[in-house]
Write a protein that binds this ligand. Structure first.
Ligand SMILES: [Zn+2]
Length: 90
């Protein structure tokens, strides 16, 4: 059984404070995440091994964005998002 049978996937945006490396302006950016929420019960067709894996499975989210565009009108450069954990358990 594949891991994706264990969760329901939704998208969410969360505000994150980032510093543009070009102009050093700090601002808040809405970053997009994929949220994988563990199902309430073991999916149908799970065998014993799947049940054990399901029991250990934790809901988590994965950062979708890897770049942001600077909000400073005089800069507007795209920069890599760094210093943000790209996976987080819920
Ligand atoms: Zn900038």
């Amino acid at each position: 059984m594949e891991e994706r049978a264990f969760y329901r996937e939704t998208q969410a945006t969360k505000p994150q404070t980032l510093n543009c490396p070009f102009c050093k302006t700090q601002d808040t950016y809405d970053l997009r995440w994929v949220v994988r929420t563990k199902l309430d019960r073991v999916p149908g067709g799970a065998d014993e091994r799947d049940r054990a894996r399901f029991a250990k499975f934790l809901s988590y989210m994965v950062l979708l964005d890897d770049k942001a565009m600077c909000k400073n009108m005089r800069c507007r450069k795209r920069f890599d998002i760094s210093g943000v954990k790209t996976t987080a358990f819920l």
